[in-house]
Design a protein around this ligand. Structure first.
Ligand code: MG
Length: 236
């Protein structure tokens, strides 16, 4: 009877998960999004902005190893890249493009990620590609499904406008106000001041550890996702 209960419970979880797959919506048009006043341009297609702002996210902060091809940043194996500068609450704009032709399924298709420290907004090719909702494109990975699936097809440029509010910690390092992420994907609000439970965990329950300003990081998940037009603007 224990086995029967377990199977029943598992079936229920799967049904709930499947029933709540975010609706596919037609995204808005991709608009020019030049950096506004007060923003730092982190990448504008030039070697200059790339190497001035980015390093390989290893212990030595070595030279950034992703490739610049025709003014576009292309993910290369060997790890994440991250900004030299660190950030508190801020607004971020970037554009990304998943590989065409699409290769692989589920989490193995066009996977990358936009991280503030260890808080991930997922980048994934979910155009006619099913995965679990809390892992799909524009999810807060393993914490919050997007309100809609606003993906464009592989090979087309897509935009993220992300607002990050930094968590607040008390003197003992306890989190008193959680971090939030608001994500607009291709013009559509998909995360609405979503409160984070802690850093992104692949398995297990997230829990906060006190921290200060964080670098912005882009994920190496093995797929050659491309990025362009990246700027960031502190709030306040
Ligand atoms: Mg990812």
């Amino acid at each position: 009877s224990d086995l029967k209960t377990s199977v029943e419970n598992f079936r229920k979880i799967c049904e709930e998960e499947y029933a709540s797959v975010p609706k596919v919506v037609t995204p808005g048009p991709l608009k020019d999004a030049p950096a506004p006043e007060g923003a730092t341009v982190l990448f504008d297609g030039t070697e200059k902005t790339y190497h001035a702002n980015w390093v390989k996210a290893d212990r030595k902060n070595s030279k950034a190893h992703w490739k610049l091809v025709d003014g576009v940043l292309v993910m290369q194996r060997g790890g994440y890249i991250q900004t030299k500068q660190t950030f508190e609450s801020c607004q971020l704009h970037l554009e990304f493009c998943t590989p065409k032709p699409a290769k692989g399924d589920g989490q193995h298709r066009g996977n990358s990620g936009v991280f503030f420290g260890n808080y991930e907004t997922q980048v994934l090719d979910n155009y006619k590609n099913y995965t679990y909702p809390q892992g799909q494109c524009a999810s807060i990975y393993k914490q919050s499904r997007p309100l809609a699936n606003a993906c464009r097809p592989p090979g087309e440029w897509q935009s993220y406008d992300i607002t990050y509010t930094a968590p607040v910690f008390d003197e003992d390092g306890k989190c008193t106000t959680p971090a939030t992420l608001t994500v607009i994907h291709n013009g559509i609000l998909v995360q609405d001041k979503t409160e984070l439970k802690g850093p992104t965990e692949f398995r297990g329950i997230p829990s906060y550890k006190a921290h200060g300003p964080l670098p912005l990081r882009l994920q190496d998940h093995g797929n050659p996702v491309r990025y362009r037009n990246i700027w960031i603007k502190p709030i306040k």
